[in-house]
Design a protein around this ligand. Structure first.
Ligand code: SF4
Length: 142
């Protein structure tokens, strides 16, 4: 059974990562915020939920020097002075959730897929009468 931590999160659903994987996640977020801001904005639109200030994302790879851990919450000492953009944007996308073992109160909705057919159904060939004059007659004659 999944454990619940003091912040009410349910037990990790993702295997813990190594230090180097966690560091790579930090580098990836910095890269995205610097060079792919449009991707960050687009992905954050799919994010659902609210931060419950558990502070897990401030302890990825190493503890942030500005982090204060209190009994009921974590606090960032430079929160109102302008935290780094990757901190503000965490989690940018579902990959980031792995960096906290899946134990974050944010979730992401599935990206919309305009071309995905309903499961179990194959696309049906339907010659359009607008394709060229006489297309429907040709299709009916076989
Ligand atoms: S973003 Fe997620 S991991 Fe970070 S403090 Fe908020 S709830 Fe915790």
């Amino acid at each position: 059974m999944a454990e619940t931590n003091r912040f009410g999160h349910h037990g990790a659903t993702v295997p813990p990562q190594s230090f180097w994987q966690a560091l790579a996640g930090k580098a990836r977020r910095a890269f995205l915020c610097l060079f792919r801001p449009s991707y960050v904005r687009m992905s954050l639109k799919r994010r659902e939920g609210e931060c419950d200030m558990c502070g897990k994302c401030c302890r990825i790879a190493f503890d942030c020097p500005f982090l204060e851990i209190h009994e009921t919450h974590a606090r960032c000492r430079i929160y109102h002075l302008g935290r780094p953009t990757p901190c503000q944007a965490f989690p940018i996308d579902p990959r980031d959730l792995r960096d906290v073992g899946g134990d974050c109160t944010f979730r992401f909705s599935e990206p919309p897929s305009p071309v995905r057919a309903p499961e179990g159904e194959l696309p049906v060939w339907n010659p359009s009468p607008l394709a060229y004059p006489g297309a429907m007659e040709e299709a009916e004659e076989g």
